[in-house]
Design a protein around this ligand. Structure first.
Ligand code: FAD
Length: 546
């Protein structure tokens, strides 16, 4: 655990109120001394000057008091704030900031970034949404963490404002997707692209991509944004879109927080369905699975296509398969054993509402007839649209210390090498590792639904697969799993499979250059344009060592 002594040591070096307010007080003081000097020169009586001097001193005292009240309210350096800001969902990396900003307005963040720019050297600033990164990406060592969700508690954030006639919602970067869903559903609308988990911040997911089973059809969440308000690394507040300041707009989308802090996003909405038909289909043959998955993402018929690996008996029981009945369960287990402890699944959904309720079953039947899952291994349910999107529920645990670590590895794999990946990873490395609690999500995406001007990186093929190895270990017992992740990356390297990491985590600049490939030049250019002092999101370790 972090000792109070260590925290105090950092505060001694970089006291937050000095960061923000010192430059303003200094400039004002110099300005007023010059005025007084001028008045003196103009031969105004010394009595008048004394009166003015009195008011000036009074004004400075009021200013300092006001600033202190503000800084004490919004900047915290108590151990609770520091410990929270040095933890994330991964529970692997812990960086200790000097202080934590709890902004009550966008201006608080602008002031912070500006005051960093005014200092030499500047201090780093890490926007933190929900801290659902797994490798310290929203942390900073010795800098200031901005708890974005604090904006949501004030009247001065962007909140959520639905513009139903225009088909969009203006949403604060601090807002959670689950709240966006609730607010838009009230007007019969909803965003079109999602994440599996909804308790994530809009700013945090738009800094990555935001993918789920709808992305094959609509692209990732970053592809469904019309406009952004951003505070750049220079402290400028800029509104941007495809046509207005496009370099910043495309830079920030999938930009890993490197070019600006998102304070508002205009999200595309569509008419919301009321219910969904939802099935899981089991496969024993990998070739048949991928053929069916690719068929499904090539047609516009489904609304959601995902898949996952069944690598142990627990997988058949967890939240992804909770609607299979107990009688099916024993069949699944015996088929699982027959297939050397590995089965694959497709998860398929079609939305409907009152108007389409009469035809949904027929349409679904037609879709299923085109697929080649193991006969009889189909598990279906029918739920409300909200319950489907919110199927994972709220996993967040506010209690510290965390009792688990999450050494996740997320990959994008080019379609042309997916069979080699299956032989080397799914049928060899994963069974050898025999992980009891892992959840492995696997499904294909269409490249043409991603705008290549965005900063996000994907393989250079029309279709690519996403694999999410969502591991859980005991707190601080992630090293064995990290070795396993390393084995997979090493296998890809040796086999020449050009995977890209999603939610990337690299240790060296060389690795980042390789990750960005032909985009590296544009990424460097954007950094120089929008955050030349390399202040923002140092926890990604792209331009900063920490
Ligand atoms: P944080 O971890 O707080 O921040 C992530 C990065 O973005 C940091 O570098 C931070 O500095 C920066 N940042 C934060 N806010 C802003 C802002 N307003 N402006 C600019 N930069 C900012 N991802 C998917 O795509 N699909 C999924 O289905 C999915 N499921 C998940 C399920 C769980 C249980 C978890 C823990 C994560 C999941 N993720 C998923 C990953 C998730 O999208 C990322 O971890 C995302 O960063 C989380 O958002 P956050 O608000 O917690 O971001």
């Amino acid at each position: 655990m972090f000792t109070h002594k260590r925290v105090t040591f950092f505060h001694f070096h970089v006291h937050p109120s000095l960061y923000i307010y010192k430059p303003y007080i200094c400039t004002h003081t110099i300005k007023y001394i010059l005025y007084i000097h001028l008045l003196h020169k103009m031969a105004i009586s010394s009595h008048t000057i004394s009166v003015l001097l009195f008011f000036f001193v009074f004004f400075v005292i009021i200013c300092i008091e006001a600033n202190q009240t503000l800084s004490q309210k919004t900047l915290r350096n108590d151990s609770e704030a520091i410990v929270r800001a040095s933890n994330d969902y991964g529970n692997i990396v812990h960086e200790i900031p000097s202080s934590v900003l709890y902004p009550s307005s966008v201006n608080d963040i602008i002031d912070l970034v500006k005051s960093s720019n005014a200092r030499s050297p500047p201090f780093t600033v890490a926007a933190k949404g929900r801290g659902h990164s797994v490798r310290g990406q929203a942390m900073t060592r010795g800098g200031v963490v901005v708890e974005m969700t604090s904006l949501g508690n004030s009247q001065n954030g962007s909140g959520i404002s639905v513009c139903s006639d225009q088909g969009y919602a203006d949403v604060g970067g601090d807002q959670l997707w689950v709240d966006v869903l609730r607010a838009t559903l009230e007007q019969g609308l909803a965003p079109v692209s999602w994440t599996d988990y909804l308790y994530l911040s809009v700013g945090g997911t738009l800094s990555n991509a935001g993918i789920s089973g709808q992305a094959f059809l609509h692209g990732p969440q970053i592809n469904n944004v019309l406009e952004l308000d951003v505070i750049t690394g220079k402290g400028e507040f800029v509104t941007c879109s495809k046509n207005e300041n496009p370099e910043l707009f495309f830079g920030v989308l999938g930009g890993l927080g490197q070019f600006g802090i998102i304070t508002r996003a205009r999200i595309v909405l569509d008419k919301a369905p009321t219910r969904v038909k939802w099935v899981r289909l089991l496969y024993s043959d990998f070739g048949t699975l991928t053929k069916d998955q690719e068929h499904l993402i090539s047609i516009e018929a489904p609304n959601y296509v995902e898949g996952f690996l069944v690598t142990n008996e627990n997988t058949t029981n967890d939240w992804r398969s909770s609607f299979s009945s107990p009688s099916n369960q024993s069949d699944v287990v015996s088929s699982f054993k027959k297939n050397n402890g590995l089965l694959y699944a497709i998860e398929l959904v079609k939305y409907y509402d009152n108007q389409t309720a009469q035809t949904i079953d027929q349409e679904f039947e037609k879709l299923l007839k085109e697929l080649n899952f193991i006969p009889g291994f189909i598990f279906s349910t029918d739920v409300a649209f909200f319950d489907f999107l919110n199927r994972v529920g709220n996993l967040d645990n506010e209690k510290l210390p965390l009792t688990e670590s999450h050494p996740w590895l997320n990959l994008f794999i080019p379609r042309s090498r997916i069979s080699d990946f299956n032989s080397g990873v799914f049928t060899t490395i994963i069974p050898e590792f025999n992980e009891p609690f892992g959840l492995f999500i696997f499904y294909p995406l269409n490249r043409n639904k991603w705008d290549d001007r965005m900063s996000a990186v994907i393989p250079d093929e029309d279709v690519f697969y996403t694999l999410a190895l969502l591991h859980t270990s005991g707190a601080n017992e992630y090293q064995t799993i990290d070795k396993f992740n390393g084995q997979i990356l090493e296998f890809c390297e040796k086999a020449g499979i050009e995977v890209k990491q999603y939610l990337p985590n690299y240790q060296s600049k060389q690795d980042w250059i390789k990750h960005y490939g032909s985009k590296w030049n544009i990424i460097q250019k954007r950094k120089a344009m929008f955050d030349p002092k390399m202040i923002l999101s140092p926890g990604q370790r792209i331009f900063n060592s920490v």
